[in-house]
Design a protein around this ligand. Structure first.
Ligand code: FRU
Length: 679
């Protein structure tokens, strides 16, 4: 009888228990830390803090979700934090964001069985962290379908000297859409770790390129679909098209794991995006970066030679394509040149940016290098098959005597014959007192292919290629018309481009045809194709000794101005407001100046970062001619048919777009303006 009663009562007791106990908890409270405190969490030991620091800027995909996240960064002793216990429901997944310090097995998110206290899963940040990715949040998704219906809890455990950040813990994933969002998030965040880096980066671009507002982009300058770009790479005329590759971090508008972006064009004005061409090397020890390099066509195939920068170690690799679109790494990306190929006087740490060419039936590559005494050098290597290379000699070497012209490490060399001479372009780093820290120079001489040396130049004759604030790492190609065309990165190191707020950063200069004049001076001028996009010609003729509002406006313009300067300053202001504030380009006393300070919003208060000048001689008839290309944020000035160039970005071009002329003396101006309309 007793037994029977018990049998009846027990199920009733269970029902009652279920009714009395609060609802089953599926989602842990404050898993997103947006409460801005640790409510919902129990400290088993130590104290963690809630932070709302944003790692990188608001456009980066590696930041926390919403505002707050948990960090153990400030903790002075071990921290163990326990979540509320929850029942695993929904589809049986748990997901969260994790970031932190490298190589820390002691900073973990752990999942426990609430009944047995046994560990089920754990995750450290170590698995994801390469040198470049510290503090980038990674989304983790745990498939726990075997534990559906079980009671579990999470602990955040930091028992070592490193730290951990955690955010957006979700223990209740109900729909396929939610899961997919998290899983694609994994792909995007782990792009650099997956087997097919190229595909996942491409996937990421396709998913997110629509987020870039087209009205924030340049209209006729090469830039990335989104994210960051720097140096132009692999310039080549191939398969009847201009091919431009570029250093690219598709994931964020900051420098990062370098991929090679790729665009092609039939006229170098309108460009088409192609799939990413090269991904960085990656293995279980972390990720690398595919640094700058060049391209060459051999028997219809296209080869890229570039630097793999793996954990600070730089070596040269090859990639090949039979269609100019899809590339595969030769020998799986094994080095064709590494530090063992360097002469004893080269520092093995800096060895990059190979530029390949053919001379007398032999392949050559010029590569940027640093001597053991820290000054720069460009080294020449030769090969019969692109894979086996022999060192020939140093093309040029810096020394203490060259420091104010050439600084230290020489990046991005390009060596070619032009109008009867050999010309070396390079980008020396750390020139003392240089407005951009790093500069670009050209050296004209005669190559001795026996010794590898460029001969017959004088230090005093070495000149800057461009006198602006945003011109670096130029490279050239020769096209089917035999033109030598130069393109550079139109931005500078050490200055965060303001367009990061729009999700992208960096662009390339408009292509310039280059020549040497009789005295060996470099002449550069925008390729003529841009003139096909000129519309709405307006002309203006004035003689004035004050400020002239031309009534002409626009921020995407092609301008031609001729004037006869008098005493003092004579010139033009672009991106001007009604008072005549804007970017001033003017002649005074043997120099053409560019002053962008009005258009910089106080960003760089020092004059040396806003005011630059290039030495010029007046034309024979006493005039100065300026050709100026504007594209929303950029000003490219070509003086006297390309005798000097000044390239710069400005930061407020959307705000004002007037064109103003000014003169201290009675100057005569003739101005032609065309809108540039490139869709
Ligand atoms: C020049 C440079 C190169 C290097 C690349 C990395 O701007 O520093 O030397 O290959 O950028 O993105």
């Amino acid at each position: 009888m007793k037994k029977k009663l018990l049998l009846i009562l027990f199920p009733m007791f269970l029902i009652l228990l279920g009714a009395c106990s609060s609802e089953i908890l599926y989602q842990i409270p404050n898993g997103d830390f947006e409460a801005a405190d640790l409510s919902g969490w129990t400290s088993v030991s130590g104290e963690a803090t809630i932070s709302r620091d944003v790692y990188y800027d608001g456009q980066s995909k590696y930041i926390q979700e919403n505002e707050q996240f948990l960090t153990t960064k400030e903790a002075t002793s071990e921290v163990i934090l326990k979540s509320a216990s929850f029942t695993l429901g929904g589809l049986g997944y748990v997901s969260f964001l994790i970031s932190g310090d490298a190589n820390s097995e002691d900073a973990v998110v752990v999942l426990y069985d609430a009944l047995t206290q046994e560990e089920i899963m754990h995750e450290t940040y170590t698995a994801y962290d390469g040198d470049l990715f510290r503090d980038n949040f990674i989304r983790v998704v745990w498939d726990l379908s075997d534990y559906l219906g079980q009671e579990l809890y999470l602990q955040i455990e930091d028992t070592g000297s490193n730290y951990l950040n955690v955010d957006a813990l979700d223990t209740w994933i109900e729909t396929d859409e939610e899961l997919q969002r998290y899983q694609s998030n994994v792909l995007e965040r782990l792009g650099f770790m997956t087997d097919n880096l190229l595909l996942s980066a491409e996937y990421y671009l396709n998913l997110y390129n629509h987020t870039i507002d087209p009205t924030t982009r340049y209209t006729y300058h090469v830039m990335g679909e989104m994210g960051w770009i720097n140096d132009p790479n692999g310039l080549v005329y191939y398969n009847d098209e201009y091919n431009v590759f570029y250093q690219h971090n598709p994931y964020a508008p900051v420098w990062g794991p370098m991929y090679w972006g790729h665009v092609t064009s039939t006229d170098m004005v309108k460009w088409e995006y192609r799939p990413l061409a090269v991904a960085p090397m990656v293995n279980s020890a972390g990720g690398g970066a595919a640094f700058s390099g060049s391209a060459i066509e051999i028997d219809g195939d296209l080869y890229l030679m570039y630097t793999e920068n793996w954990q600070g170690y730089q070596y040269q690799v090859l990639s090949k394509s039979t269609d100019g679109i899809h590339f595969s790494k030769i020998n799986d990306g094994a080095a064709v040149l590494d530090d063992s190929d360097l002469p004893f006087y080269a520092n093995p740490v800096d060895f990059r940016d190979p530029n390949i060419f053919v001379h007398d039936g032999t392949y050559y590559s010029v590569i940027g290098s640093r001597q053991i005494n820290d000054f720069g050098q460009v080294l020449l290597f030769q090969s019969d098959n692109l894979v086996d290379w022999d060192y020939v000699g140093p093309v040029i070497q810096g020394s203490v005597n060259t420091i104010y012209t050439l600084g230290y490490m020489f990046e991005c060399p390009d060596l070619f014959e032009l109008d009867g001479s050999d010309v070396l372009l390079m980008s020396p780093q750390e020139i003392p007192g240089h407005r951009n820290t790093h500069g670009t120079v050209y050296v004209v001489g005669t190559m001795n292919y026996q010794t590898g040396m460029l001969e017959g130049w004088n230090l005093s004759e070495i000149q800057e290629i461009d006198y602006g604030f945003d011109f670096y790492a130029p490279q050239t190609l020769v096209d089917n018309q035999g033109r030598r065309i130069m393109i550079a990165w139109m931005q500078s190191w050490n200055r965060a481009p303001m367009t990061g707020q729009f999700g992208w950063a960096g662009a390339l200069t408009f292509p310039r045809e280059i020549h040497l004049d009789e005295s060996g001076h470099l002449i550069q001028y925008p390729i003529q194709e841009i003139e096909n996009y000129r519309e709405n010609l307006e002309t203006y003729d004035a003689t004035s000794s004050s400020l002239v509002q031309t009534g002409i406006t626009g921020n995407t313009l092609d301008l031609e101005l001729t004037f006869t300067p008098g005493e003092g300053q004579t010139g033009i202001t672009v991106f001007a407001d009604e008072e005549g504030n804007g970017t001033h380009i003017y002649y005074e006393d043997g120099y053409v100046y560019l002053n962008r300070s009005d258009n910089m919003g106080g960003r760089y208060p020092l004059e040396m970062y806003n005011l630059t000048k290039a030495p010029v001689t007046l034309n024979q008839d006493g005039t100065i001619t300026l050709r100026i290309l504007l594209d929303r944020y950029s000003v490219e000035v070509f003086v006297n048919g390309g005798e000097r160039a000044i390239t710069t970005t400005v930061y407020q071009s959307h705000a004002t777009d007037g064109i103003v002329l000014f003169s201290d003396a009675n100057a005569h101006f003739t101005l032609s303006k065309w809108d540039l309309h490139v869709e």
